[in-house]
Design a protein around this ligand. Structure first.
Ligand code: NAD
Ligand code: TYD
Length: 343
């Protein structure tokens, strides 16, 4: 039985990856380590909690003792690191915690992976490490050879982690892989990011705050497609390699917000242009040729279909995001585990 450690698995992509892995590989044990920061929500994992092949541990990836203890107990074959501070706007407000979690935390995990002989350490990275591309040059795409050139404290911290991962491979021979994916969307996306924020605001008839003129371009991928890519990389990807993941789906922010209005039957008059983000990246666009060629991966969910599914999910799962907005989810862990004590 393959034992997979998933860090940051109570967040958006990590929780989707856990659901994917438990469904696609019934022979897998999945252990989730998550600090449950504001972005981690245990109710997101309630279905997994019922699965005997799943274990949840609340800990900080920077806590060396806790991380080593878990590796000692579980001896994971593979560790997949999703744990990160992930919101660019927050990193502009306060970079410190991004450096701590995204850089130091990654090194602690790799030290444990070395010590306990994990067969693979996979780092979930982002296309944002490549900086941005000119909007008027559709011929230019990010490849794995594009130089690192970061813009925000978030992307700089993710790039620093990527460099450390490659250094651990070269220096210590740690078997590593890195995936650099474009913007994800889908179920359980925290409602501070563009797509869920616009859905939730529109449902409340609140203004839809578009930064600048809304002309910045992102390359959107349905989260399940990303999870399938990571699954392939940890099983069949080559040690020491970086794989770009993206779906050739470039969209301007304003067009996404308009589509969401249409999907929810809300007036575009809700759209409000607000002050631009500092250092705002203009355009991201991934060339996924390598992962397609080497691992046969292709995206499966067209954007219109994925957006429809996402909107439907937010309509059907109001209590998930209403709890987040009200802050109620922060009490969930205490309610579930506060006075439970040992078995
Ligand atoms: P998220 O913010 O939704 O989830 C992050 C999770 O990490 C949360 O559950 C949080 O509690 C946990 N966490 C944070 N700090 C921790 C710590 N110190 N110790 C243990 N757990 C901690 O993020 P996401 O959108 O799911 O992104 C997951 C990963 O994918 C990140 O590494 C991010 O850089 C990368 N990524 C995200 C996107 C995207 O579009 N969201 C695209 C490409 C790459
Ligand atoms: P975001 O979801 O924060 O992802 P990232 O910055 O990591 O790509 O933002 C996606 C795009 O949407 C980005 O260009 C910023 C823009 N944006 C808005 O216009 N308004 C908003 O309220 C948010 C959160 C983002």
């Amino acid at each position: 039985m393959m034992n997979v450690l998933v860090t940051g698995g109570a967040g958006f992509i990590g929780s989707n990856f856990i659901r994917h892995t438990l469904a696609a590989h019934p022979d897998c044990r999945v252990v989730c380590l998550d600090k449950l920061t504001y972005a981690g929500n245990l109710s997101t994992l309630s279905a997994a909690m019922e699965n005997p092949n799943f274990r949840f541990v609340r800990a900080d990836i920077c806590d060396r003792e806790a991380v080593f203890r878990l590796f000692e107990e579980e001896r994971p074959d593979v560790a997949v690191n999703f744990a990160a501070e992930s919101h660019v706007d927050r990193s502009i407000e306060d970079p410190g915690v991004f450096l701590r979690t995204n850089v130091i935390g990654t090194s602690v995990l790799m030290d444990a992976a070395r010590q306990y002989g994990a067969r693979r350490f996979h780092q979930v990275s982002t296309d944002e490490v490549y900086g941005d591309l000119p909007p008027d040059r559709p011929d230019l795409l990010f490849t794995e050879e594009t130089p690192i050139r970061t813009s925000s404290p978030y992307s700089a911290s993710k790039a620093a982690a990527d460099l450390l991962v490659l250094a651990y491979h070269r220096t210590y021979g740690l078997p590593v892989t890195i995936s650099r994916c474009s913007n994800n969307y889908g179920p359980y996306h925290f409602p501070e990011k563009l797509i869920p924020l616009m859905i939730v605001n529109a449902l409340h008839d609140k203004p839809l705050p578009v930064y600048g003129e809304g002309l910045n371009v992102r390359d959107w991928l349905y989260v399940e497609d990303h999870c399938r890519a990571i699954d392939l990389i940890i099983r069949r990807g080559r040690d020491g390699e970086v794989y770009n993941v993206g779906g050739h789906n470039e969209m301007r922010n304003i067009d996404i917000v308009r589509l969401i209005c249409r999907e929810l039957n809300k007036p575009e008059s809700l759209i409000t242009f607000v002050k631009d983000r500092k250092g705002h990246d203009l355009r991201y666009a991934i060339d996924p040729a390598k992962i397609h060629r080497e691992l046969g991966w292709s995206p499966e969910t067209p954007f219109r279909e994925g957006l429809k599914k996402t909107v439907a999910w937010y309509l059907a799962n109001r209590s998930w995001w209403e709890d987040i907005i009200s802050g109620e989810y922060q009490n969930y862990y205490e309610r579930m585990y506060g006075d439970r004590g040992p078995a």
